[in-house]
Design a protein around this ligand. Structure first.
Ligand code: ADP
Length: 483
């Protein structure tokens, strides 16, 4: 059974019980009140009757008889010893007669109200015995009655009205209730529809449109839409990550294929050369064979080195991808940068190496990891040398607004402005660099990861043919720890 039917059934059931109680109470109250009032009237009138109670018979006195007829009451008296029956005029006229009990019964009965039916008419009759004032002997019997037809009719009508009214109310209320329940449940249907749509397909951009009030259903839809938005975000992130990973794997295999092809080519060459005994070769003498072999081995060694560099870089990035982080401690920058500057002298280079004033770093600490910071600086410096065939490469430092800037500038080949956003991407190599210099395209990705882990940032200024400047900004820990 659907919620809306259940709700309507409950609602109608409760209304039915309420109406039943209410109608019974109204009917009961009106019934009681009307009969009580009639009883009071009869009693009052009966009290007013003055008896003419002589030797002859029991009779109401004249004035009370008139008032009784006006009051639309029927009065009957009976005198036991002579069997004389007296009736008020209206009673005699309509031919009605109330039953009179026998003397024995009358002796034992007290004054009481009775419901009697005479000639198909219902009456409420008050009856009492009349006793002789002096002797206390039973003398007669008096009955005062009122026709209850009108009251019964009114009560019947009231009953019909209550039954019909209640039934009509129930029908209207249940129809309206069903309509309202359907209306208020409609948005839930939309939620289900949207959920089904998502379950069947992969479209997470579906949202439930709702412009109603922010009631329970409004809140439910809001929450559902919020949930969809978050799920869509997660899904997109996941998709992006998956796509990046696929790209990474395909790029990595592509990059590994080149050195492997070179190595295999050289190995094949060596194999072919050495299969033939040195003396049997007509085209090459021993010195040439030695020379070619030496070059091939050199190539193999270079490519092997390149591969191991590539694998190391990929390993670093793979570690970074798994969310692996490193310990951060306050690191004094001066000795760290000085060491990098000194070791940079031994790098393979064709440009001059200039180091600026590093004494400003005295007492400057950053929250970081010494090894990773050095690795990051070497990536920038090696790149600068690599892309500066002639000219100079310099390293200097600036302090600005609680940050320290490590600036590596070169006067090399530079880059186009539109290439800058991509250089930190994995395997990206600017067109100009491809073929001219060897590289994996992973160095700057690793540097960027190290900078991010240090909560720093990097700034690039470059122009094609004029050189590039990279500034790495790191937050400074002003108070060096006590040692
Ligand atoms: P690579 O191994 O190719 O150097 P990187 O990730 O270190 O890979 O650099 C990505 C690309 O950014 C390089 O291929 C090069 O095109 C460009 N690049 C990086 N540093 C410089 C620089 N100092 N001068 C000119 N181009 C640079």
């Amino acid at each position: 059974m659907s919620i809306r039917l259940r709700l309507t059934a409950w609602y109608t059931g409760i209304l039915f019980v309420t109406l039943l109680i209410f109608s019974s109470a109204v009917y009961g109250f009106v019934h009681l009140y009307t009969y009580e009032e009639l009883k009071q009237r009869i009693e009052q009138q009966a009290d007013k009757i003055g008896f003419t109670q002589g030797a002859v018979e029991v009779l109401p006195n004249r004035s009370s008889a008139i008032s009784l007829e006006e009051a639309d009451l029927y009065v009957q008296t009976y005198t036991f010893y002579n069997g004389k029956l007296w009736q008020s005029q209206n009673m005699a006229f309509s031919g009605i007669q109330f039953d009179v009990p026998s003397v024995e019964k009358a002796l034992n009965s007290k004054q009481a109200f009775k419901r009697v039916t005479v000639n198909g008419n219902s009456f409420l009759v008050f009856e009492n015995r009349v006793v002789e004032t002096n002797s206390g002997k039973l003398f007669g019997w008096i009955q005062v009655g009122a026709n209850t037809r009108t009251i019964e009719q009114t009560l019947d009508r009231l009953q019909s009205i209550l039954i019909m009214g209640s039934a009509a109310t129930l029908v209207i209320a249940s129809t309206l209730g069903l309509f309202l329940a359907r209306k208020s449940m409609k948005p839930i249907g939309k939620v289900t529809e949207a959920a089904e749509q998502i379950q069947k397909g992969t479209d997470l951009s579906v949202r439930i449109e709702y412009d109603g009030p922010q009631d329970e259903i409004g809140q439910l839809i809001g929450t559902f839409n919020g949930m969809l938005e978050r799920t869509e975000g997660f899904y997109k992130e996941l998709e992006d990550a998956y796509a990046a990973q696929r790209r990474f794997v395909s790029d990595a295999s592509h990059e590994l294929r080149t050195p492997l092809t070179t190595i295999r080519g050289n190995v094949d060459l060596l194999q072919k050369m050495w299969e033939v005994a040195p003396g049997e070769r007509a085209d090459m003498d021993e010195a040439t064979i030695k020379q070619i072999s030496f070059e091939a081995v050199g190539d193999i060694s270079d490519e092997a080195k390149r591969m191991s560099r590539l694998v190391n870089d990929m390993l670093s990035l793979a570690r970074a991808d798994t969310g692996q982080t490193f310990e951060l401690d306050p690191v004094p920058l001066q000795p760290l940068v000085e060491e990098v500057a000194r070791r940079a002298h031994f790098l393979e280079k064709t440009a001059e190496w200039h180091v600026g004033e590093l004494s400003v770093l005295n007492g400057v600490y950053v929250e970081g990891n010494k090894d990773y910071l050095q690795q990051m600086l070497f990536i920038f410096i090696e790149n600068a040398f690599k892309y500066t065939p002639e000219g100079e490469v310099s390293l200097d430092v600036v302090l600005y607004k609680g940050q320290v800037g490590l600036r590596i500038a070169d006067t090399g080949i530079g880059m186009d402005k539109d290439e800058v956003p991509f250089i930190f991407e994995r395997f990206y190599r600017a067109d100009q660099s491809r073929g001219i210099t060897s590289g994996t395209g992973l160095g700057l990705s690793i540097a960027k990861w190290i900078i991010d882990e240090h909560k720093g940032s990097v700034e690039v200024v470059t122009r094609r043919g004029e050189g590039s400047t990279f500034i790495v900004w790191l937050p400074v820990v002003f108070a060096p720890p006590l040692e």
